[in-house]
Design a protein around this ligand. Structure first.
Ligand code: ADP
Ligand code: MG
Length: 232
């Protein structure tokens, strides 16, 4: 579960500050795909960065998990936030940010090696990467490097990589912006499927409303505020 409670974020702007996120509250349960839409500059990416614990809001709470495992990401130190991201949050940015020299399988393996407390066996990590390649429809593309993959395939690798540590929360920023409509629809379908199958609480930023039927809930951000829950 992820819940934002009255979250406000400002950025410095000359002598004053601009409000990018203005008293936003929202709640996304496990197994739920929430769409976040709204015009460019309305604060969607800022909202996602707060949910990801990459930015600490000026005020408000960012509750992640439930019961004894619940933490307020807004109250964590930088080190604690880094651990939270590694263990419990999967993030997919607008550009897939893949390493050019690595194959699809290696992109995932590298992430599996990162910061994991106990040293894992190479074979275990490769098996995990292969499982995720399969789950994202990339089994046949495992040994390809980014320049050999299509835009949609690169997004799939980024999604597989975000799932390496079995996150509770999945945060995805405009995954279809560089894709044609059909590839875009396939990516959204994949995210919908993974959300339900892996029980992640998924926030998906998009301004592409043709995908609206995939969302369990859809909210619209305008000038940093949640307006109307948009009709799905
Ligand atoms: N790092 C930053 N420093 C200053 N202003 C920023 C920064 N990031 C975003 N903004 C401003 O905050 C507002 C919201 O931006 P953003 O969250 O990127 O919106 P969206 O993702 O909806 O396009 C915009 O006015 C943008 O110019
Ligand atoms: Mg954005």
């Amino acid at each position: 579960m992820i819940e934002l409670q009255n979250v406000t974020l400002t950025y410095p702007d000359g002598n004053s500050r601009i409000t990018a996120v203005d008293n936003v509250s929202l709640r996304c349960e496990v197994g739920m795909l929430m769409g976040i839409t709204g015009p460019s500059g309305s604060g969607k990416s800022s909202l996602l960065a707060i949910a990801a614990s990459l930015i600490t809001p000026d005020t408000g709470g960012v509750l992640i998990g439930s019961g004894e495992n619940m933490v307020d990401a807004a109250q964590l130190s930088k080190t604690e936030a880094t651990e939270l991201r590694r263990d419990r949050i999967g993030i997919v940015f607008q550009q897939s940010n893949l390493l050019p020299a690595l194959t699809a399988r290696e992109q995932i393996e590298v992430m599996a090696h990162l910061g994991g407390g106990s040293k894992k066996h190479k074979a275990t990590i490769t098996a995990r990467a292969d499982e995720l390649l399969e789950a994202t429809g990339l089994a046949a593309r495992a040994d390809k490097r980014p320049h050999q993959l299509s835009g949609g395939e690169r997004q799939r690798v980024a999604i597989a990589r975000a799932l390496v540590h079995d996150p509770d929360i999945l945060l995805i920023d405009e995954p279809t912006s560089a894709l044609d409509q059909e590839r875009g629809a396939e990516i959204i379908e994949l995210i919908e499927h993974l959300t339900h199958k892996r029980n992640t609480a998924t926030l998906l930023v998009t301004h592409d409303l043709i995908h609206r039927s995939a969302f369990d809930e859809l909210v619209t951000v305008i000038d940093g505020q949640i307006r109307e829950p948009a009709t799905v």
